[in-house]
Write a protein that binds this ligand. Structure first.
Ligand SMILES: Nc1ncnc2c1ncn2[C@@H]1O[C@H](COP(=O)(O)OP(=O)(O)OP(=O)(O)O)[C@@H](O)[C@H]1O
Length: 282
């Protein structure tokens, strides 16, 4: 296979020339981005720079003004090519979990199964849901609880279980650690990494959490000025001179996250520069 063809196959999501606007408010203007197969891509940017609108455009919840979006080789904006089965190849954890409040955790996880595989009988559906609940680190007894009976961290895990219900290739996470205490956030990062590795997922992860970026992301895409202004590893981003990137990664919080990550790497007997990140004990 030629190097160019190999590179083409490495792309899970390709966005080209994307424009999104709401009235006079232009959120994206000629935005392009490639997400590679099997990576955890962190997506960062100031509030209102259009991270969630970008995610919604990819998964078909937002119709862009123009541009091209390909997911796993399929064009998402070409109605002639529209194939609903592509939607079964991704799972989404929305901000706050977005669980159905009148359904239990297990029932929430069963919703996509019922939609895409209506012929699966309810017993098997429940078994699959229980497996996904366990995979997401929730205790068995959480299955029959309602979202209102769960802590914030448990709601995120329940949302994750639902996102995994169809054995997706792609996982979209919108601010998964927002609102979690630091220990809960680190555990959620660890779970994301573990799932990505064991299930071979490609992860599109919107976050403001600098620890998450340092610990589990292979690359980071930065949204500003209505575009992806830079994409790369954190050291690669630090080599750019964009003021927002410098302020973000070199501000007090950015430096603290970098120091803590380097300490963790040392504890694991790795040189920080030798490893992208991923200082978790396993
Ligand atoms: N349905 C909508 N109608 C009108 N404007 C919208 C709509 N959805 C998003 N916007 C606007 O698009 C812009 C980008 O919103 P988006 O939620 O993508 O930002 P974000 O980068 O995810 O922000 P945050 O980090 O605060 O979550 C904002 O100005 C927002 O007000």
């Amino acid at each position: 296979m030629s190097a160019a063809r190999q590179k083409e196959c490495d792309v899970a999501i390709r966005i080209t020339g994307l424009t999104n606007s709401f009235g006079d408010d232009v959120v994206h203007d000629d935005l392009s981005l490639d997400v590679r197969h099997g990576e955890i891509l962190g997506v960062v940017g100031g509030s209102g720079t259009g991270k969630s609108v970008l995610m919604r455009s990819i998964i078909g919840l937002q119709t862009p003004d123009s541009g091209r979006i390909e997911v796993l080789g399929e064009s998402m904006l070409d109605e002639a090519e529209e194939d609903v089965s592509i939607r079964s190849r991704w799972g989404v954890l929305f901000q706050g979990g977005a669980l159905f409040s009148t359904l239990t955790v297990a029932e929430n996880v069963m919703v996509p199964l019922a939609e895409f595989y209506p012929k699966i009988d309810s017993k098997l559906r429940r078994e699959i849901a229980m497996y996904k609940i366990a995979l997401s680190g929730l205790p068995e007894e959480a299955a029959d609880k309602y979202p209102s009976e769960l802590s914030g961290g448990m709601k995120k895990r329940a949302g994750l279980a639902r996102a995994l219900s169809l054995d997706p290739d792609l996982l979209f996470l919108d601010e998964p650690t927002a609102g979690l205490d630091p220990i809960g956030a680190a555990r959620f990062d660890e779970l994301t990494l573990e799932l990505q590795r064991t299930l071979g997922l490609t992860v599109f992860l919107i976050t403001h959490d600098l620890d998450t970026l340092h610990e589990i992301c292979d690359r980071v895409a930065v949204l500003a000025d209505r575009k992806v202004i830079a994409i790369g590893t954190i050291p690669e981003l630090l080599a750019t001179d964009h003021p927002w990137i410098q302020e973000y990664f070199n501000g007090p919080r950015g430096r603290a996250a970098a120091v803590s990550h380097a300490d963790e790497e040392r504890r694991q007997n790795r040189h920080p520069a030798q490893s992208k990140s991923r200082g978790f004990k396993r």
